[in-house]
Design a protein around this ligand. Structure first.
Ligand code: ZN
Length: 461
């Protein structure tokens, strides 16, 4: 049994969160088994305010390897689709060992940035020539290992990718490492379940890549298989990131993508709609009614010029939003939340929007809301601090917060909107400290290996 005393701690009260003073958490087997008043003898002392760890609902780990490579201007002729071309060139050469080093670097950056769990939307399955690895789940296992080494919880979402576009159009050469038929895909999913069962803080769902990359029979078969393995397995899908995708879907199905999904699959709270960017009012209401989570990736969506999700309307109608770092152009939960709110301010010409009467602090509202929705989107027992929840938490730095530490009322507003450097001091995942005093034990060693991998990959370009 471990004990942690906190002078200030943000505890969950279900739909909202509240600051409490002088509490000791009792932690057994990674789970908070009790929260008592005062400081118990022998308790570890948190050297700053304690908040829940954030869940990152959307990651493609290998993309960390070329973040920043595609920022060369071409007078407005660059788009998501030209970025994707660069991405395909990069992943044409990457090995299992290299992918693991990149993921290890990324996951260490994530825990340092306050993410205690990541949903890995994993589609780099096969060898560069498209042949299976000897073990079908070799790449997935490399990512499980990377997460374990970094100490972050992982929700593995093997991606079903079959086609290059509606029709269906056959996969192109750049996509050969992603492709599985449904039978092989379901085997891969079963293999991932077997891998996760041997690990401490891992679970598995699936990710049909997008409506353009799967057809209805394969989507249904994959969902049936995973739901037979686990009735609450998370199912994530890229749904309406680009206007072109919406137009193509409409041309093929006579329906917008979210509407098609709502009409053709039984969508529930274990579904997460990644980049539900382009939706109409009916689709918005449909996602809320189904209870599905909207997975929004503010910095990537801004970087790729995708568009702006109607976050204000969605949350005010009772919708739930989780955040993801997706392409990893930023690996900072704080920056994602700041941009999530700022995009709404710019569109609506208003201020302090994403909050409610119970929690007027935008920073506190967003932290609680997105961490809780992130936990739902990963079917994980995390995202909030309460008895029975996993001990995934962050200790904020008292020095970095010195200007506003005297009032918890404004603390998370200052963290989200006014941090000039990371205010994250210590991070605990599943009851274990993985970041102490802003440092991860393996950060230097992994950073050196990451630099070598990038050099090798650059030599291959
Ligand atoms: Zn994505």
């Amino acid at each position: 049994m471990n004990m942690l005393f906190a002078e200030h701690i943000l505890l969950s009260h279900g739909t909202h969160s509240q600051w409490h003073n002088n509490k000791t958490l009792l932690i057994d087997n990674g789970v908070i088994v009790d929260i008592v008043d005062g400081q118990l003898d022998g308790a570890d002392i948190a050297e700053g305010p304690v908040i829940p760890g954030m869940v990152n609902c959307h990651s493609h780990a290998f993309q960390r390897g070329f973040a920043g490579f595609s920022e060369q201007g071409s007078q407005g002729n660059d788009s998501f689709w030209t970025w994707r071309k660069i991405m395909y060139q990069f992943l044409d050469v990457i090995s299992v060992e290299q992918a693991q080093v990149i993921a290890n670097q990324l996951y260490i950056e994530m825990v340092k940035a306050g993410y205690t769990r990541v949903a890995e939307f994993h589609y780099l399955h096969h060898q560069p020539d498209g042949q299976n690895y000897h073990q079908l789940a070799a790449m997935a296992d490399a990512l499980f290992d990377a997460a374990e080494q970094a100490g972050i919880g992982i929700t593995m979402l093997p991606v079903l990718y079959r086609y290059s576009g509606f029709g269906p159009l056959p996969a192109n050469d750049g996509q050969k490492r992603f492709i599985n038929d449904v039978e092989q895909f379901n085997q891969l999913v079963s293999d991932c379940f077997a891998s996760a069962s041997k690990r401490a803080n891992a679970n598995v769902g699936i990710a049909p890549h997008s409506l353009r990359a799967v057809d209805k029979p394969s989507l249904q078969a994959a969902v049936t298989h995973v739901r037979n393995l686990d009735a609450t397995a998370p199912i994530h899908i890229h749904i309406a990131e680009q206007q072109k995708e919406v137009n193509d879907c409409h041309a093929h199905y006579g329906m917008r993508p979210v509407q098609w999904l709502l009409d053709n699959m039984s969508i529930d709270q274990h579904w997460c709609l990644i980049h539900a960017t382009h939706i109409d009012q009916q689709e918005l209401q449909g996602i809320v009614d189904a209870g599905a989570v909207a997975g929004i990736c503010p910095t990537t969506e801004a970087n790729l010029g995708d568009g702006i999700f109607p976050t204000t309307e969605f949350i005010s109608k009772g919708g739930r939003v989780a955040i993801g770092s997706d392409s990893h152009i930023s690996v900072s939960a704080i920056e994602e939340l700041r941009l999530l709110e700022y995009a709404q301010r710019l569109v609506r010409q208003q201020r302090a929007i994403l909050a409610d009467n119970q929690t007027p602090s935008v920073g506190q509202f967003l932290w609680h809301h997105t961490a809780q929705a992130g936990a739902l989107s990963t079917s994980s027992n995390s995202g909030e601090l309460a008895v029975g929840k996993q001990a995934d938490l962050i200790v904020l730095s008292n020095e970095r917060n010195s200007l506003f530490a005297n009032s918890t009322k404004h603390l998370l507003d200052s963290v989200v909107f006014a941090s000039q450097a990371s205010p994250i001091k210590d991070v605990m995942v599943n009851g274990q400290w993985v970041v102490r005093d802003g440092k991860h034990a393996q950060e230097q060693q992994v950073a050196d290996r990451f630099a070598t991998v990038l050099q090798d990959l650059a030599g291959n370009r």
